[in-house]
Design a binder for this molecule. Structure first.
Ligand SMILES: Nc1ncnc2c1ncn2[C@@H]1O[C@H](COP(=O)(O)OP(=O)(O)OP(=O)(O)O)[C@@H](O)[C@H]1O
Length: 291
């Protein structure tokens, strides 16, 4: 049995992750491989801690933000396996991986140590694991990061949807999918390897983490009333049945040109890439512990 290294974000899930420290200490005390724990002291620090560690298997204890940060450290280091114990307000990636949201069960999965190699997304050179998006969603995430300071709840994302919708204008874009170009007015474009984002929205139900393809969902230019009627269906993934407004595809590469400056959301982090984004898959994969 190999040594395990846990990186805990003590503020994730408003302290839920910190409470998992005791669960780890109790359940790991007789673990033959040995273990160590590090608590992050500052935002983004998990990437550097993972990068500097020489322990092969590193477990992120926190929300999707912490998971992405630890993953980036492992990818930059060039070797190793990622484990996840969910302790955040948002843990969307585990839903695509089949990892339990119960920390004890998730720890049991880690001890069993079965892993799978997942695809890594690339967007203008930035790596991501779950979903990248442009349009309404990215603007919602931008708003959510502002209002989250006031509303400490998974519902902050839902509130942000309504606030952003009021001022939202469609995006005029050209999308080049594996070399085939089409002009569109769109509300939302989401692409990646995971199915869920935004705290439980099943945006790309057909996505697959390890099939070597990017999976995308486009919500075309529709009225705000129509968006409001379709939106609740995204929780179940049944929005795909509205084929007139919602389109899905899988591909190797997407080039995205917008007439307006846009925001891009990559695994919950908002970027301002200007007017052009290129989405593809990295050459390497990431090993993640799964049930
Ligand atoms: N010690 C720390 N103090 C403050 N922020 C931290 C600390 N350690 C990590 N962070 C930051 O906390 C943020 C949120 O982490 P994470 O997504 O894992 O938790 P969460 O509770 O699900 O978050 P969110 O409120 O975004 O849903 C990350 O951006 C991370 O960089």
């Amino acid at each position: 049995m190999e040594e395990l290294f846990f990186i805990i974000n003590p503020v994730a899930g408003s302290g839920k992750s910190l409470s998992i420290k005791t669960i780890i200490e109790e359940n790991m005390k007789d673990y033959p491989g040995g273990f160590s724990i590090s608590l992050t002291k500052n935002p983004k620090e998990a990437t550097q801690i993972a990068y500097e560690s020489n322990i092969n298997t590193i477990i992120a204890v926190g929300g999707d933000g912490t998971v992405t940060e630890v993953a980036k450290g492992i990818i930059r280091r060039g070797y190793g396996t990622l484990g996840i114990i969910p302790g955040g307000t948002g843990n969307d990636l585990i839903k695509s991986l089949g990892i339990s949201k119960d920390p004890r069960d998730a720890l049991e999965t880690i001890i069993q140590g079965k892993s799978m190699k997942v695809d890594i997304g690339l967007a203008n050179g930035h790596k991501f694991l779950n979903i990248g998006s442009v349009g309404l969603d990215a603007e919602v995430t931008h708003t959510a990061q502002t209002i989250k300071k006031q509303i400490k709840s998974g519902l902050s994302y839902i509130f942000s949807v309504f606030i952003t919708l009021i001022k939202f204008k469609k995006k005029d874009v050209t999308i080049e999918i594996d070399g085939r170009s089409q002009k569109k007015g769109l509300v939302l474009f989401a692409i990646g390897n995971g199915k869920y984002y935004g705290g439980g929205l099943k945006m790309i139900p057909d996505a697959n983490l390890n099939d070597g393809y990017l999976h995308a969902c486009i919500v075309k230019d529709v009225s705000k009333f129509r968006i409001l009627t379709i939106f609740p269906e995204v929780f179940k993934g049944t929005h795909l049945r509205h084929k007139k407004y919602v389109e899905t595809f899988k591909c190797k590469e997407v080039k995205f040109y917008s007439q307006q400056d846009i925001y891009m959301n990559l695994d919950g982090e908002v970027f301002s890439p200007g007017k052009e984004i290129s989405f593809s898959l990295a050459d390497e994969k990431l090993s993640i512990i799964v049930p």
